[in-house]
Design a protein around this ligand. Structure first.
Ligand SMILES: [Zn+2]
Length: 273
């Protein structure tokens, strides 16, 4: 099992706090904290079986990808009250993103990660601390950024990034993977725990696949896959109940929606042998 994690080294939070201010330091943004109501802003979710608000309050989550899925999940995490959120993406907002992603016309030509944390601030409930890293995940790792999250949400638009995230964190930090099919009709969520099976066991064909810039994309499956991923994140962090590793859906019903346990592959380069 490969394990290239930087867990145990100086966390991103500590690094940012000790760095002298400079233009390359990602800006930290604090989301809204709701304190003036006569009922706790988290009251309804705390009634969910197995839900533990103190875990969310203390959690640090890395979201890889600030596009449709990453943005939708990040908004959910901020509303639930996650303590720290780091979002990593080098992409730039363009007009074709606005039908489904958490951006406005004024964000066009700006970086997605830094724009997203700004746009999420008003969705806050418990004062989440947010940082946008304007780099692709692989570049951030290559240039020495150290991530030390409790959970990773992997929501890029290409398999090369998914495999890089899988290899970086397998064995040390759980990862919730997301993906949509090329027709924007179906999608999946896969939970990689710190043990087998890994993402490579689930998608053995995934390797260096690149993004599809002009592929069909609409908000419908984005909302579906993001909701399932948000649920999966809770099941990893606390005692919400889940029986599956992989959840797959097809909006049209042409194939059945499935929720299954994924077998470990004997030929997996990570888990096999
Ligand atoms: Zn594996």
């Amino acid at each position: 099992m490969s394990n290239n994690s930087t867990n145990g080294s100086t966390s991103l939070k500590n690094r940012l706090e000790t760095q002298a201010p400079e233009s390359t330091t990602p800006e930290r943004v604090t989301a809204t904290e709701v304190t003036h109501q006569d009922v706790a802003v988290t009251d309804r979710q705390e009634r969910i079986a197995g839900f533990d608000q103190s875990v969310i309050d203390d959690a640090s989550i890395l979201v890889v990808g600030a596009g449709g899925i990453g943005g939708e999940i990040a908004e959910g995490l901020v509303r639930k009250g996650v303590g720290e959120l780091t979002i990593c993406d080098e992409d730039i907002v363009d007009a074709s993103n606005l039908n489904r992603q958490k951006f406005h016309v004024d964000d066009i030509d700006a970086n997605k990660a830094t724009s997203l944390v700004q746009n999420l601030a008003d969705h806050g409930t418990t004062g989440t601390t947010m940082v946008g890293i304007p780099q692709h995940f692989q570049d951030a790792i290559a240039t020495g950024t150290e991530f030390d999250p409790d959970l990773v949400i992997c929501a890029p638009d290409n398999d090369a990034a998914r495999v890089a995230v899988a290899d970086q964190f397998h064995g040390s930090v759980p990862v919730v993977f997301t993906g949509l099919d090329s027709e924007a009709n179906g999608g999946y969520v896969f939970v990689q725990s710190t043990e087998a099976p890994c993402f490579r066991c689930y998608r053995p064909g995934a390797n260096a696949g690149g993004a599809c810039p002009a592929a069909p994309a609409v908000v419908d499956p984005t909302k579906v896959v993001s909701g399932i991923a948000l649920y999966a994140a809770d099941t990893v962090l606390m005692d919400r109940y889940r029986e599956w590793d992989a959840f797959e859906f097809y909006l049209s019903g042409v194939l059945p929606t499935t929720a299954v346990e994924v077998p470990q592959r004997a030929d997996c380069p990570d888990c096999g042998g």
